[in-house]
Write a protein that binds this ligand. Structure first.
Ligand code: PGA
Length: 257
C-alpha cells in the first residue's frame, strides 16, 4: 500500500556539470520511475537547477534539497528559504540529518520548525532520526529515536503527516560500511510506526513512509527493503553512481511486483 522511496543524499558532492552527467547516464537506462516506487535525489543547492532540468527526462523523478532555514527571509547569511528551494522545481527537503545535528548545531527544535515550514511551503520534509553507537550500547536507542520523532512532529496536524517522510539512520551506520541488520532495521521501523500511531492514529501511521539510511547499497538493499516496515532508503555513497543507484531502484520495483 505504501510506495517505496529510493532517495539519494549526495551530501557535499557533485557540481552542476557532474549532476547533468549523472542524469544523462541514468536516463539512458531509465525513462520512467517504476510503478510503486518514488525516486529522489538531493544534490547540493547549486546543483538543484541542473538536477531538476536534467532529471526531467525520467518521468516521475523527484529532486530535493539537503537543508533549509525555517524563516521566510532575513539576515541569515549563508541560509536558504523553502520558497527558494521550491523555485528551483524541487519537491523534497532533508531535515535534521545527523551530520547537520552533529556539525551544524541542528536541534530537535529547529528540526520541528523546519518541518512545519516545509509542509507549509509545499516541500516534503524527509525527517532524519537515529541514535549514536554509545546510545545503542546503553540500550537507549528507542528512547532517543522516540524523543526525536515526538519533537519533530510537534504541532504537525494529522492531515499533514502524509506530506512527510521519516528516515531512520543509525549514526553508527552512516558512511561506515556498517549496516544495521534487517532485524535491527525492522525492529526500529516498527517502533517508529507504533509511536506515530500513538501520536496520531493507525491509518496515519500505516501511510507514512519510513526509510532506512546507513551504508545501504545494491548488495544489501534487497534484504532491508524486504522488511515489512522499511519503505525505502536514504542512500549516501551508493547513490553517487548511476549504475549503483539504478540497481536499488530495480530491487525496489521487483519487490513491488
Ligand atoms: P551512507 O549515507 O549511505 O553513505 O551511509 C547515508 C546518509 O547519510 O543519508
Amino acid at each position: 500500500m505504501r510506495n517505496f522511496l529510493i532517495a539519494g543524499n549526495w551530501k557535499m558532492n557533485r557540481n552542476a556539470a557532474e549532476t547533468a552527467t549523472f542524469f544523462n547516464e541514468l536516463s539512458a537506462d531509465l525513462k520512467k520511475v517504476p510503478n510503486g516506487v518514488d525516486v529522489l535525489i538531493c544534490p547540493v543547492y547549486t546543483s538543484l537547477q541542473a538536477a531538476v532540468e536534467t532529471s526531467s527526462k525520467i518521468n516521475g523523478f523527484k529532486i530535493g534539497a539537503q537543508n533549509m532555514h525555517f524563516e521566510d527571509s532575513g539576515a541569515f547569511t549563508g541560509e536558504i528559504t523553502a520558497d527558494m528551494i521550491r523555485e528551483t522545481g524541487a519537491d523534497y527537503v532533508i531535515i535534521g540529518h545527523s551530520e547537520r545535528r552533529q556539525y551544524f548545531a541542528e536541534t530537535d527544535e529547529t528540526v520541528n520548525k523546519k518541518t512545519i515550514k516545509a509542509i507549509d511551503k509545499g516541500l516534503i520534509p524527509v525527517i532524519c532520526v537515529g541514535e549514536h553507537l554509545s546510545e545503542r550500547k546503553e540500550n537507549k536507542h528507542f528512547d532517543v529515536v522516540k524523543h526525536q520523532v515526538v519533537e519533530a512532529y510537534k504541532n504537525v496536524a494529522t492531515g499533514d503527516v502524509s506530506k512527510t517522510v521519516i528516515a531512520y539512520e543509525p549514526v553508527w551506520a552512516i558512511g561506515t560500511g556498517e549496516t544495521a541488520t534487517s532485524e535491527q532495521a525492522q525492529e526500529m521501523h516498527r517502533f517508529i510506526r507504533s509511536e506515530m500511531e500513538k501520536l496520531y492514529d493507525a491509518n496515519t501511521a500505516n501511510a507514512v513512509q519510513i526509510l532506512y539510511g546507513g551504508s545501504m547499497k545494491p548488495e544489501n538493499a534487497g534484504e532491508l527493503l524486504e522488511c515489512e516496515d522499511v519503505d525505502g532508503g536514504l542512500i549516501g555513497g551508493a547513490s553517487l553512481k548511476p549504475d549503483s543507484f539504478l540497481k536499488m531502484i530495480k530491487t525496489a520495483s521487483e519487490l513491488k511486483k
